[in-house]
Design a protein around this ligand. Structure first.
Ligand code: ATP
Ligand code: MG
Length: 871
C-alpha cells in the first residue's frame, strides 16, 4: 500500500465515523507561547481541551505535522542512529471533544488496524496504565483493560507505568491514562528466540509503538493536584511513517516510500550507496530526515535564523550539512537539491511545499553555503588551537569557544583531534555548555500559578474593533513570575476592548479605573490558547467591582496607522515587483513597521520610490476602511484576499479592504487611509535568501523624522556659512579636501626621502652589522618604506625604529636577509621581545616585523635594548 493511500484510508475511516477531516495546522503556533513547535497532534487543539473555545465539530480527524526537536519531546540526537524516530513526522489522529470515550476509541483503533489495514493481530501488543502509588495514588485503568480484552488475547495486554502510560500536556492542564499499541515485525525465527512481550517499550527497532490512545479525564492544577475533568476527551496519535513501515512490510521507516525517493537522490548526488557502510547510512538517514524538517518549516514561514525557533531550524540543517561533510564527503551545498523530490512526493498532501519550492531551495542553499564557509574557517582556527596546545589535550574552554562563537560542531572537533592523536577535554566542554544553559535558562524561567476564578464566564467577548472603552468585570486572574519581568498579573475580563498581540500587531495598552478613581495600568495585552489576558504590575484593590477599561488611543492609533500601511505596502509590492511577492512576516508597532516578503533581488532605489509613491497615493485618495466580519473563507478568496502559509484560518474570516487592497486580517486599522498621513521607507535589505525586509514609518514618526532631518540640514547649512547652495558648497569642500590630502601625501614622501638620507648618515657599525635604532616622526607605513629603501642599499643592515602615533607606540625591526641567515637574527622574535617595553606585542617575518603597544614611554628603552642583539 502506497503511503498516500495509507494516509487517506485513515482519514476516510474516521470520516465514516462522523469525524470532520481538518488540514494539518502550521508547525509554529502563534497562539501558544509555551510551545516552540507543534510536537504532537493535540497541540493545535489545546484550546478545545482547556475549554477556551468550542470545536467546530466534537469529532475531528487529521494528519498533523509534528517536530520533536526541543523542549519536552526532543528526538534530534536519536535521528539517524535509529530507524523509527524522526525530527519531523506526521501524526495521524482522531479526536473526541467531550463526545465518545474509551469504548469507541479502542474499538475503532482495532477495526482500522486489523480490518481496514489488515494487520495480523498476532503481531500486536497493547498496554494499559497499571496505576500509581505516588502522590497521585491512581488506580489501574481496568476500564481500558476490560475493553481490550474483547479484542485481543489477555497475554498481549501489558501493564505499563506512569512514564509510558500516563499522558500529560505539561506541568498543568488536561491529562490521563493512555493505551499504546505496539507492533512486533521481527522474523519468525527471532520471535521464537525472544518473546515479543519482553521487548515492548525496550527501544527495539522492530518492536515499536505505533499508536497512542490517550484518555483525558483529569486536569492537573498548578499545585500538582489532579481533579476530574467535567468533559472527557479522546486524543490519539499514530506515527504515519511507522505505520507505513508495518504496512509496506519493511524493517525501517527509511525503507518506506516516504523516504526512498529522497534516499535515491542522495545516493545519486553523493555517489554513495545506502546500506553499505553504517557511518554513511547514518548520514543518509540524517539528511533525508532533516531536509523534510527544514523544508516544511520554511514552508510554514519559519526561516532559519539566529534566535528562538529559527535557531533550532538552523541547527537541524547544520546537523545535516555536518553529516554530509564528514561522512559523505560533501564539501559543497547539495541538500537543497533534495527539495525537488520531496515536493513531488509530498506536495499533494501538503501544497505549501510545492507552492514555495523555489524559496525553500534558495534558503537552504544559502544556509548550506554559509555554514560550509564557517566549517572552513573553523578548521583553520582549530589548527591554530592545535598548534598552540601544549601536552596532548585541548581544553574544553577552547573547544567551547569554537563551538559557541563560530558554530563549529563539537563532534567534528573531537574527530579531527583524534585524527591528530590529541584528546579533547570533554568534561571541561560539558561544564562550559552547562554554564551557558544555566545562563539562558534562568533568564527565561517563568512560573505560573493557577487561575483564580472570580466568576464563571463562558465567552470572553472581544469588542475592540468597535470601541476603545468598556465597563468590564474581572472573570479570572493569575500571577506569573519571571526573571525578566518580575511578578506580573494576567487579568481576564468578561469582555474587552483591548486588542491582544497578534498578526504582527502589538497588543493594546491602557488602564483600568474603578469607581473610586483608582487606576491600574495595563502594560500589554496578549492571547494564549484563545484566552485574552491583560498584563498588569499590580492587582486592582476591589477585584469584584466593575471597571472602566480604557485603551490608550494614541498607542492604538499609531499601530493602526502602521498596520494599514503594511496592507498598502503589500499591494504596492505585488503591483510593482510582481505577483511572486508573498508576505513572510510583519511587525507593527506604534513607532514603525516592518514587512518581510519573498523576492529574489535587491529592490532598487527607483522601485522603492515607486513603492513609496504608490502607498502615498492611496493615503491621499482617502480610502475608507471596508471591514467584513464572518465572511466565508471561499468568498474572501474569491474577492481576492490571499491566505498566507503558516497561518491558521477558520471557516469564516475577517476581511479588510482599502480600495483594491483586500486582506484576511484580525488586526486594528485606521478608519480612512488619510489617517496615516504619510508613508516613508527607512530601509530595505535581505533577511535570508529570497526574503527581503522593508522598514518604514508613518504618521507621527514621519513628522519626527522630517523635523529631525530638517534640523540636521539647518545645522549643516549653518556650518557651511549658510551657503545658498549647500550641496555645491559641500562638494567644493570635499574637492578641496582631496586636493589637500594629495599635497600632504607628496610632502610626506619628500620628508621620508629626506629622513632617509639623514638616517643613512647616522648608521653605525657594531660587530660587522650596520645598525641604527631611532625614534621617528612617521607612521607605520612611512617607517616601512624607509626600512625597505635603506635595506636595498645594504646587505648587512639591522634597523630598529620606534614611533608614537595617536598615543600608541609602534616598534619596527628590519634585518637584511643575509643577516637573518648568517647571524641567526629574527625580526619577529625581536619585536615580540622588545614589545614588552611598550606593553604590546606583534610579529611578522624574520626580515621585517612590527609591534604595537600602549606605552609610548617605553620606546626609548626598547630602542636601547635593541643593541643587545648584536652583542
Ligand atoms: P517513542 O517512545 O517511540 O519515542 P512516544 O511515546 O514518544 O514514542 P507519543 O508521544 O505517544 O510517542 O506519540 C504518538 C505516536 O507518534 C507514537 O506512537 C509513534 O508512532 C509516533 N512518534 C513519536 N515520536 C516519533 C518520532 N520522533 N518520529 C516518528 N514517529 C514518532
Ligand atoms: Mg518519544
Amino acid at each position: 500500500m502506497k503511503s498516500q493511500e495509507i494516509r487517506s484510508k485513515f482519514l476516510n475511516f474516521f470520516e465514516g465515523k462522523q469525524h470532520l477531516i481538518v488540514p494539518s495546522a502550521p508547525m509554529v503556533l502563534k497562539n501558544d507561547p509555551t510551545l516552540m513547535f507543534v510536537n504532537s497532534g493535540m497541540a493545535p487543539f489545546k484550546e478545545y481541551f482547556l475549554g477556551n473555545t468550542e470545536p467546530k465539530n466534537n469529532r475531528i480527524t487529521d494528519s498533523q505535522k509534528c517536530l520533536r526537536v526541543s523542549g519536552k519531546h526532543n528526538d534530534l540526537e536519536e535521528v539517524g542512529y535509529d530507524t523509527y524516530h524522526h525530527t519531523l513526522f506526521e501524526m495521524l489522529g482522531n479526536w473526541s471533544f467531550g463526545d465518545y470515550f474509551k469504548k469507541e476509541a479502542i474499538a475503532w483503533a482495532w477495526e482500522l488496524l486489523t480490518e481496514v489495514y489488515g494487520i495480523d493481530k498476532d503481531i500486536l501488543y497493547v498496554t494499559v496504565f497499571e496505576g500509581s502509588n505516588d502522590n497521585d495514588k491512581l488506580e489501574m485503568d481496568t476500564e481500558a483493560y476490560n475493553i481490550w480484552k474483547q479484542y485481543i488475547a489477555e497475554d498481549r495486554i501489558l501493564k505499563g507505568n506512569k512514564k509510558d502510560n500516563f499522558w500529560e500536556m505539561g506541568d498543568q492542564g488536561p491529562c490521563g491514562p493512555c493505551s499504546e499499541i505496539h507492533v512486533d515485525i521481527r522474523s519468525k525465527a527471532e520471535k521464537e528466540k525472544v518473546d515479543g512481550k519482553s521487548l515492548v517499550n525496550m527501544d527495539h527497532p522492530q518492536v515499536v509503538e505505533v499508536w497512542n490512545l490517550v484518555f483525558m479525564q483529569y486536569n492537573r492544577k498548578a499545585n500538582g493536584i489532579l481533579e476530574d475533568l467535567p468533559n472527557k476527551h479522546i486524543d490519539t496519535g499514530m506515527g504515519f511513517e511507522r505505520l507505513c513501515m508495518v504496512l509496506q512490510g519493511v524493517q525501517s521507516n527509511y525503507d518506506t516510500d516516504v523516504f526512498t525517493p529522497i534516499i535515491r537522490e542522495i545516493e545519486t548526488i553523493t555517489n554513495k550507496n545506502y546500506g553499505k557502510d553504517e557511518k554513511a547510512d547514518v548520514a543518509i538517514r540524517v539528511i533525508s530526515d532533516h531536509v523534510r524538517a527544514v523544508a516544511f518549516s520554511i514552508a510554514d514561514g519559519q526561516l532559519p535564523s539566529n534566535t528562538g525557533a529559527g535557531y533550532v531550524i538552523r541547527r537541524i540543517l547544520r546537523r545535516a550539512v555536518r553529516y554530509g561533510f564528514t561522512f559523505l564527503d560533501k564539501k559543497e551545498p547539495f541538500i537543497y537539491r533534495l527539495v525537488d523530490v520531496l515536493s513531488k512526493k509530498m506536495g499533494e498532501a501538503f501544497p505549501e511545499l510545492s507552492a514555495q519550492k523555489t524559496l525553500i531551495e534558495n534558503v537552504i542553499k544559502e544556509e548550506e553555503t554559509s555554514f560550509l564557509r564557517t566549517l572552513d574557517q573553523g578548521l583553520v582556527l582549530l589548527n591554530r588551537i592545535v598548534e598552540e596546545t601544549k601536552g596532548d589535550t585541548v581544553s574544553g574552554e577552547k573547544a567551547f569557544e569554537l563551538y559557541d562563537t563560530y558554530g563549529f560542531p563539537i563532534d567534528l572537533t573531537a574527530l579531527i583531534l583524534s585524527e591528530k592523536h590529541l584528546k579533547l577535554d570533554e568534561k571541561g566542554f560539558k561544564e562550559e555548555l552547562q554554564k551557558q544553559k544555566n545562563r539562558s535558562r534562568s533568564a527565561s524561567e517563568t512560573s505560573t500559578e493557577d487561575w483564580i476564578v472570580l466568576f464563571e464566564d463562558e465567552a470572553q467577548e472581544f469588542i475592540g474593533y468597535d470601541s476603545e472603552e468598556a465597563t468590564v468585570k474581572i472573570a479570572k486572574y493569575r500571577k506569573v513570575t519571571s526573571k525578566k519581568d518580575g511578578e506580573m498579573y494576567q487579568l481576564v475580563f468578561n469582555l474587552t476592548p483591548f486588542y491582544p498581540e497578534g498578526g504582527g500587531q502589538v497588543g493594546d495598552k491602557g488602564f483600568l479605573e474603578d469607581k473610586h478613581g483608582d487606576v491600574v495600568y495595563i502594560l500589554d495585552t496578549k492571547k494564549e490558547n484563545n484566552v485574552v489576558y491583560h498584563l498588569t504590575k499590580e492587582l486592582p484593590n476591589h477585584l469584584n467591582d466593575s471597571f472602566k477599561a480604557i485603551v490608550s488611543s494614541e498607542h492604538r492609533a499609531l499601530s493602526s496607522s502602521n498596520h494599514t500601511a503594511t496592507h498598502l505596502l503589500h499591494q504596492a509590492l505585488r503591483t510593482i515587483l510582481g505577483e511572486h511577492v508573498e508576505q513572510k512576516g510583519s511587525l507593527v508597532k506604534p513607532e514603525s513597521l516592518r514587512f518581510d516578503f519573498s523576492h529574489f533581488s535587491k529592490v532598487t532605489a527607483e522601485q522603492l520610490q515607486e513603492i513609496e509613491d504608490f502607498v502615498n497615493a492611496r493615503i491621499e485618495s482617502k480610502l475608507p476602511l471596508e471591514e467584513g466580519r464572518n465572511v466565508p473563507m471561499e468568498k474572501a478568496i474569491e474577492d481576492g484576499a490571499m491566505a498566507l502559509f503558516g497561518e491558521k484560518y477558520g471557516d469564516t474570516v475577517r476581511t479588510i479592504r482599502f480600495g483594491k487592497s483586500i486582506e484576511l486580517c484580525g488586526g486594528i486599522h485606521v478608519k480612512n487611509t488619510s489617517d496615516i498621513w504619510h508613508f516613508k521607507i527607512i530601509s530595505e535589505g535581505a533577511v535570508a535568501a529570497g526574503i527581503r525586509r522593508i522598514e518604514a514609518i508613518t504618521n507621527k514618526s514621519v513628522r519626527d523624522y522630517f523635523s529631525e532631518n530638517n534640523e540636521t540640514y539647518l545645522q549643516m547649512k549653518g556650518l557651511l556659512n549658510n551657503a545658498k547652495e549647500p550641496v555645491k558648497a559641500l562638494t567644493n569642500l570635499q574637492d578641496e579636501n582631496t586636493e589637500l590630502k594629495k599635497q600632504i601625501e607628496s610632502l610626506l614622501k619628500d620628508k621620508a626621502k629626506h629622513i632617509k638620507d639623514e638616517l643613512k648618515n647616522e648608521i653605525t657599525e657594531i660587530n660587522g652589522v650596520q645598525f641604527l635604532a631611532k625614534k621617528l616622526d612617521l607612521d607605520a607605513s612611512g617607517i616601512k618604506d624607509v626600512c625597505f629603501e635603506l635595506g636595498s642599499q645594504f646587505d648587512n643592515l639591522m634597523l630598529l625604529f620606534g614611533a608614537e602615533n595617536n598615543g600608541k607606540a609602534i616598534l619596527s625591526c628590519y634585518i637584511s636577509k643575509e643577516l637573518v641567515a648568517s647571524k641567526n637574527l629574527n625580526a619577529g622574535t625581536i619585536v615580540r621581545e622588545l614589545g614588552k617595553h611598550i606593553q604590546g606585542g606583534g610579529g611578522g617575518q624574520p626580515f621585517f616585523a612590527t609591534a604595537g603597544g600602549k606605552n609610548p614611554q617605553g620606546i626609548e628603552v626598547a630602542l636601547e635594548a635593541g643593541k643587545t642583539y648584536l652583542g
